[in-house]
Design a protein around this ligand. Structure first.
Ligand code: XMP
Length: 322
């Protein structure tokens, strides 16, 4: 594996970083065109701004509507970037992702299905159609560490696993944020003029809500975890925690509704305190806040009869369940 030299948040000079990375991108791409996928997370938003600074209109930015994103995400992301002068095109790929995920229960196979659909199928076609030679993406050092250590196959790591994207998918990948961790990316995002709601946005994983459904991913289960996610994100925003999420369990549990037995679903809430996602501890949330969340979840998410709060740290836990 080629050694990646970390730039810690202490060492980071955002102005110099932005200038150097923009120069690197424009030198690499030369007179060609490039594409990037914007998910609305901190990393891909930062790459979008950096890429447009370097390439202007030669960078085409897409929002891949894969059907496993959070509520209203495509609309919000397109509107926000319009304000920043960046045109984002939405690509509907929902069927492709749900087909690829069909019948898969193993966590690593699920991650691999998402990766292959993104890089081979969706980006492969976009690159061919747009005649671009490069894909710009927001891989950060923590993604590489965890993949190389064999903890999780992060959706966006190739070279460090000995995979040549040119051979595997037909295009080259540029990763301007590779030397940074989340705290550094947030500083660069702020320096690039992204709004606070974005540079301080909680992280969201590449495999999206598929990383939060235990067992097979279906449209129905994604709908359930999406609604629970909205409730948890709204209810825990004021904690200022590093990340918070809802997980849909596979097991059903006995409950009761309207005086009758209801064999229903379980949602697990997770809320993490962390600096850079390498280690994390569950946030000490008041019992009152948790009860309010549970009340809303059982009322507003169809079929849920049980709500739990995770109290195990990372390690040995990981932040996402898949
Ligand atoms: P874990 O679950 O590995 O998560 O403790 C650590 C941090 O990484 C995010 N995460 C991902 N980010 N691609 C990403 O870009 C991925 O495949 C991926 N998986 C997990 C997770 O949300 C947490 O912030």
């Amino acid at each position: 594996m080629a050694h990646v030299k970390e730039i810690t948040v202490k060492e980071l000079n955002t102005e110099v970083f932005i200038r150097e990375k923009a120069k690197e991108i424009s030198e690499l791409v030369g007179g060609d065109a490039a594409i990037n996928a914007l998910s609305g997370g901190v990393d891909s938003s930062t790459v979008t701004m950096l890429g447009h600074k370097a390439l202007g209109d030669r960078l085409k930015t897409y929002f891949i509507d894969n059907g496993i994103m959070r509520e209203g995400e495509s609309r919000k992301v397109v509107a926000l970037f319009k304000k920043l002068g960046v045109h984002v095109e939405i690509i509907d790929t929902q069927k492709k992702f749900f087909n690829a995920l069909k019948g898969i229960t193993d966590p690593e196979e699920k991650r691999e299905a998402v990766t292959q659909t993104f890089y081979k199928d969706v980006f492969g076609k976009l690159v061919r159609d747009s005649k671009a030679k490069y894909l710009l993406q927001g891989t950060i050092l923590t993604d590489v560490d965890e993949t190389v250590a064999g903890i999780k196959r992060q959706h966006n790591v190739f070279e460090q696993l000995g995979i040549d994207p040119q051979k595997a998918f037909g295009y080259k990948i540029i990763e301007p944020l590779l030397q940074l961790r989340k705290d550094g990316v947030r500083k660069v995002a702020e320096a690039l003029g992204l709004p606070e709601s974005l540079y301080n946005r909680i992280p969201f994983p590449g495999p999206a809500l598929a990383a939060r459904v235990i067992g097979e991913v279906t449209r129905k289960k994604i709908g359930i975890v999406r609604t629970a996610t909205s409730i948890v994100e709204e209810g825990l925003a004021s904690t200022g925690a590093f990340q918070y999420m809802a997980i849909l369990h596979e097991d059903r549990v006995t409950g009761m509704r309207d005086g009758k037995r209801d064999f229903g679903l379980q949602i697990e809430i997770r809320c993490w305190d962390s600096i850079d996602a390498r280690k994390a501890t569950p946030t000490k949330i008041s019992h009152d806040t948790l009860c309010k969340l549970a009340d809303r979840i059982v009322k507003e998410v169809p079929g849920v009869v049980s709500v739990t709060y995770n109290i195990a740290s990372k390690p040995p836990s990981t932040m996402e369940v898949v």
